[in-house]
Design a protein around this ligand. Sequence first.
Ligand SMILES: [Mg+2]
Length: 406
Amino acid sequence: MKITDIKATTVAVPLEAPIRHANGCHWGRFIRTIVEVETDEGITGLGEMGGGGESAEAAFKGLKQYLIGHDPLQLEQLFWKICNPTASLYNNRLQLHAAIEFACLDIMGKKLGVRACDLLGGAIRTKIPFASYLFFRHPNEFTGAGGEETVDQMVAHALSLHHQYGFTSHKLKAGVFHPDHEIEVFQAIAAALPGHRFRIDPNAIWSVEESIRVGKAIEDLPNDYFEDPCYGLEAMRRLKSRCSIPTATNTVVVNFEQLAACFRNDAIDVILLDTTFWGGLRQAWMAGICCQKMNLGIAVHSSGELGIQLATMLHLGATLPSLSFAADAHYHHLKDDIIKGGKMKYEAGMISLPDAPGLGVELDQDKLKQYKEYYKETGGYRYDRDVERPEWYSITGDNNRWAKLR
Ligand SMILES: [Mg+2]
């Protein structure tokens, strides 16, 4: 089989309301590049890539000169053709590779009549539990949805997501307001949902000392883990020596070199595996297996996804034996999707693994067209800026630059 074309289409899909994080904000929409890899056997595979508010169309166009004629079943060759680590010092294509690799697994599954997870050892589970992903939100300027920032508003938001989707694990995206306010919000959410599990993630914005202070304040809660409170393996090692909550990262262990360093350095307990950051579903799966064999915890990370990438997260979650935490997803913040049948459904906080061959999702061409047009109207956005504080930018470890409560 041979790849005959790679099509890339940038879409903007609206969020219920702009969601805030330590580096800025998703400005009311996700920008994603949807990839269709065509073959000489008439099978098309689907991929997806994010990019912090920007289109990656031009970069995919550049890959055609490498990959037209490539056999999509040859995943190891695919990696070395475009991701040799020394060549990548100039052109880092790991995230582009992820989207192409998703598409190749989709093609392979469709050709063989098996699910993508069956190409990685099969499914241990077919329902993947998810955590609510709680963000401080700006109000949607058109609908008025969102706008949560006080303790009461955030508790109401958590309860509403629990009632709507059935989540029993909750993740607070912190690092926006003064840590004292975020501690109060986190404690109140935990008090409002007895028997549930919790995790807090300020995107590595706090200093080590501030992280220790916050850690001490929340240590008695039923925490899954303490996700990237400060930046760097060494910082996390220092934190871990002073705080009893298991540490987790999706920031400083995102490749195999860093994973090797992590095994030697008692800094991180749980590795959050992202199918884009690690360079693909198969790459994230390999990292997950390494973690399992070395007795590190694992969870599935979300870097913002539409249905194609969500499918890769479901296949990853299905196949990893030692997955013991609910996965993260931004998905419930989206108003729509570009896959046939509309958004995938949560039941009791879980999403079912698709059972059709490959990734198991199909592109809705009308939706693709609709959200391509929406991207043309609205354009990209600066992921690492706050729409309401255009002059501000984040500095890791500087604890005096918080947003003000309205
Ligand atoms: Mg994180």
